[in-house]
Design a protein around this ligand. Structure first.
Ligand code: GLC
Length: 452
């Protein structure tokens, strides 16, 4: 007697699960296979390290790229920055050389940020660099300079636009009502604004960007906030936009900020922003890129003083590779068009480290579970060359690095920066590596282990 209800319950549970699975089944936009996607993304996953560049009129106020939002600045008041914009030190060849020296394999430039100003020559607006003191298409010069250095080309394009007359006022808009939850106030503010017109503008500009500059490797659309008084996929007509993007640039890699989470192929990678190395560990197994600033702001912020140290930057880079992700590090050039000296100094230090240790970053990912991580160090692993890298976060004062359970697993050990042999002995199941007591001249030296 007792068995029947149990069995019935089991069937019911089975049905529910199926219904749930059915309900959650994701839609798809294209028909690329997982293998094809992996192939398309290969250069990017191998690259591991890129440069973000946030540059626009907000470099003039120099107090955050969200200054219009923070200070409720109208188009009229913001106009002075457009009138003053004249980047006489803009030499993207220099930018490209710095990026290359630091080991960055791709770059992403803000062609338009939330302020609406276009660095490129768009035929759909007058609010663009060619109509300022710059008198030319700055995106084109960026593309030419970076491409010449062999760096892959990415465009950031803001879905949000605080300048366009048809972009409806919402919770982030500089003109938002004092009571940000007052529907009636939004209705008054939005009289005469037509999202359909803006949607067309957005579609046309993305089409221009992907038609006029040759092969574009990455598109970074930013961002959706589909909650009340926000905007999401329907506002952008995101599905059709993405179809157009893939039609124009079949190989392109697109971020995840279009609000297409319901689709299996609505994004190529996730974008944890300004998160800690600890938090990055939770992304292991996903396809991801963390975007990080040198200081607290994306756009040039003169008085911002929370610059990350060389060690913190290295930690982000190593932790990214060691959890199978990428790091895109942001520079906010000044209004005159050059990198701030603090960014240049940070890039110089990174270039020294990368010159010596990039083999422990490029094409690397997390190590197989069988290799224990010594202390606070971090491991990266190149599955093709089968080399394991121990990033010595805690350089041992006694000159001994214990590799627990490594007996029989390695056949050679050396420092990566100079290929100098590191001798070792077996102790029980462990390997004791002997490193010089004087730490080599790198903030985080790397041991290269040739695996059996
Ligand atoms: C954000 C911000 C922004 C920055 C970006 C970079 O969403 O709005 O200013 O461009 O993320 O990830």
């Amino acid at each position: 007697m007792k068995k029947i209800p149990g069995f019935a319950l089991f069937i019911a549970a089975l049905l529910c699960t199926n219904v749930a699975v059915y309900a959650q089944a994701k839609l798809s936009i294209g028909n690329e296979t997982a293998q094809q996607k992996k192939q398309r993304m290969k250069w990017w996953t191998d690259a591991r390290f890129g440069m973000f560049i946030h540059w626009g009129l907000y470099a003039l106020p120099a107090r955050h790229e969200w200054v219009r939002n923070h200070e409720h600045i109208t188009n009229e008041t913001y106009q002075k920055y457009f009138d003053e914009f004249n980047p006489d030190h803009f030499e993207p060849k220099k930018w490209a050389k710095e990026a290359k020296a630091a080991g960055m394999k791709y770059a992403v430039l803000t062609t338009k940020h939330h302020e609406g100003f276009c660095l490129f020559d768009s035929k759909y607006t007058d609010y663009k660099a060619p109509n300022t003191g710059a008198k030319r298409d700055l995106v084109k010069e960026y593309v030419d300079a970076f491409r010449a250095e062999g760096i892959k080309i990415g465009f950031y394009y803001s879905l949000i636009d605080w300048h366009h007359p048809d972009f409806p006022v919402d919770k982030y808009h500089p003109l938002r009502p004092t009571d940000e939850n007052d529907s009636a106030a939004y209705a008054v503010l939005n009289k005469g604004r037509d999202m359909a017109n803006y949607r067309k503008y957005l579609y046309n500009q993305v089409t221009e960007l992907l038609s006029n500059y040759g092969k574009i490797d990455i598109l970074w659309l930013d961002f959706s906030y589909p909650e009340k008084f926000g905007k999401g996929k329907n506002d952008w007509d995101a599905v059709n936009l993405l179809k157009q993007i893939r039609k124009l640039q079949p190989g392109i890699i697109v971020d995840n900020r279009l609000n297409l989470e319901d689709y299996t192929d609505g994004a190529d990678f996730v974008t944890p922003e300004q998160v800690s190395p600890k938090e990055l560990e939770s992304y292991k197994g996903k396809v991801w890129e963390t975007c990080q600033t040198f200081s607290g702001s994306w756009g040039y912020f003169r008085d911002e003083d929370t610059w990350k140290t060389h060690r913190q930057l290295l930690d982000l880079l190593i932790t990214s590779a060691s959890n199978g992700g990428n790091l895109i590090l942001n520079v906010g050039p000044t209004a005159r068009g050059e990198f701030d000296y603090r960014a240049t100094n940070a890039l110089d230090s990174l270039s020294q480290w990368m010159h010596a240790n990039s083999n422990a970053i490029y094409s690397c990912t997390f190590a197989p579970e069988t290799y224990a991580v010594p202390g606070n160090d971090k491991l990266t692993y190149n599955p093709v060359t089968r080399r394991l890298y121990v990033h010595l976060f805690d350089y041992p004062a006694d000159g001994a690095v214990t590799l627990k359970g490594y007996k029989g697993k390695i056949k050679y050990a050396q420092f990566l920066h100079d290929d100098s042999e590191l001798q070792y002995k077996v102790q029980g199941d462990d390997i004791i590596l002997s490193v010089p007591q004087k730490k080599p001249g790198y903030e985080i030296p790397v041991v290269e282990l040739v695996l059996q």
